[in-house]
Design a binder for this molecule. Structure first.
Ligand code: PHE
Length: 459
């Protein structure tokens, strides 16, 4: 098999920035706040933290281990690590579903990334000034109704991503995250300070940290797990591929904790950037995209320096989105390059064009194709448009599915010695604990969540 000389991250810090860039995305800043809002605040946050700790971190470690073991892209990693096993065809299949998943995610993620770019420019040009709530609703609806606008901004996000990827690990990904991540943190801090001075911090604390455990049921558990996996970029080949570029002397457990910590911190902080503004202005917590794209622009319009902070807010979203889209784009390109099918530049172009078509379908599913219904035999997806189906299948179903099998692969297929070597924890209690979770707890819990996802839940 052709093993093209793979580039590596230049340091553990470079990896960390890129992996945090992948993890911190629309999921943290755009989705986390409204999911918390929809699921009753504090109790959901506590549940979420527990899931990150007990499943998230061990699974990030798992994916980094599988990726780094042979330093191969996801599909090839599963294939080679199961060499000589009867189950190898199955693991090839898992390798395949694992690299398809990020492509499905990009099918809708690129469209939303496009919205954020559009809003940055609209705020700069003053198109979102002097508006009341109904009017920002109209601006958002107008964007959704316009295939041209959606496709234009989506195309821009595909082009930026493909360009960065085509330049390779050091000159492309590393350089991009070196510029974007510090700016992202700076903007986030500025926004929190701004929120802080505008009041509403106390209400935000109460809302985010007062648990009401009656709000917790199987649905919220599923929702919190889905959100945690999505936010940590699990089950979607990205941690596998970023792990494959990780130098052997870097500590996987430390880096995994770093990524999980930063990701969770940003999600919580994003709550502190958004909720206070909502609470002090006495507005209702809107659900879904409305929270960020309809409610916030009204407030930015009314507050002192609102326009500047509005621009910063949407820039933050755009940067977070781009550092995630590059990580979702990389697995397919990495595999195509390693197999010798295309050069990196050609692979970036081909994958970019394919994804453009998929994302265009998503964009059109909000207007021209809004009546198209696929998979109508399944009750849960019967009412969803193409973009929602893509999101539901890839970001919920497939991520859980791939994570389940990454866990089973590490626990039951990869031999213990190999895992021991990669982790560098020695044969310690920590190592045993981690492996026990992956080997027994993950299959049961994530397996059950998949059964529930498929509509056969019994709890
Ligand atoms: N973690 C990213 C976010 O929170 C999304 C993502 C999912 C990125 C899967 C890569 C892989 O927005």
């Amino acid at each position: 098999m052709a093993h093209v000389n793979q580039e590596k991250w230049s340091s553990g810090t470079a990896f960390l920035l890129a992996a945090i860039g992948s993890a911190v995305g629309l999921g943290n800043i755009y989705r986390f706040p409204y999911v918390v809002g929809e699921n009753g605040g504090g109790a959901f946050v506590i549940l979420y933290l527990g899931i990150v700790l007990f499943f998230g971190i061990p699974l990030v470690m798992t994916e980094l281990t599988i990726g780094r073991r042979r330093q191969l892209p996801p599909f090839t990693a599963f294939t080679e690590l199961s060499e000589g096993k009867k189950s190898q065809p199955f693991w090839k299949f898992i390798g395949f579903t694992t690299i398809l998943t990020p492509l499905g995610i990009l099918g809708f993620y690129f469209v939303i990334a496009g919205w954020t770019l559009n809003y940055v420019v609209s705020l700069i040009t003053g198109q979102l000034s002097d508006l009341q709530e109904g009017q920002t609703q109209a601006v958002f609806a107008e964007m959704m109704d316009s295939p041209g606008t959606l496709i234009f901004w989506m195309t821009l996000s595909v082009a930026i991503t493909a360009f960065i990827i085509s330049r390779g690990i050091k000159a492309g990904l590393e350089k991009a995250v070196n510029i974007l991540m510090p700016m992202l943190f700076l903007i986030l801090v500025l926004l929190v300070i701004y929120s802080f001075f505008n009041g509403g911090i106390k209400e935000t604390f109460e809302f985010m940290f007062t648990p009401d455990f009656e709000k917790i049921n199987m649905r919220t558990v599923l929702e919190a797990t889905g959100q945690a996996f999505f936010s940590l970029s699990l089950g979607s080949a990205t941690m596998l591929v970023y792990g494959s570029y990780l130098p052997k002397n870097e500590s996987i457990p430390k880096l995994a904790c770093g990524v999980a910590f930063a990701d969770t911190f940003v999600a919580l902080i994003a709550g502190f950037a958004i909720f206070p503004i909502i609470f002090t202005n006495g507005l209702e917590l809107d659900s879904g995209p409305n929270l960020v794209f309809v409610t916030l622009p009204v407030i930015f319009d009314q507050m002192p320096f609102g326009q500047v902070f509005g621009i910063l807010f949407f820039l933050l979203l755009a940067f977070a989105a781009i550092t995630s889209t590059i990580s979702l784009f990389e697995p397919a390109v990495s595999n195509l390059e390693e197999r010798g099918i295309f050069t990196r530049r050609k692979a970036s172009l081909v994958v970019g064009l394919g994804l453009w078509c998929l994302a265009a379908l998503s964009a059109l599913s909000m207007n021209v194709l809004s009546d198209v219904r696929l998979l109508t035999f399944n009750d849960t997806v019967a009412g969803k448009n193409i973009m929602d189906i893509l999101e539901y299948m890839s970001a919920n179903g497939m991520m859980l599915f791939n994570s389940l099998f990454a866990g089973i692969f590490l626990g039951w297929v990869l031999n213990r010695k190999e895992a021991l070597e990669e982790l560098g924890l020695g044969d310690s209690i920590l190592f045993k604990f981690w492996r026990g979770i992956i080997k027994f707890v993950v299959p049961i819990v994530v397996g059950y969540l998949i059964i529930d996802f498929l509509g056969y839940g019994f709890i």
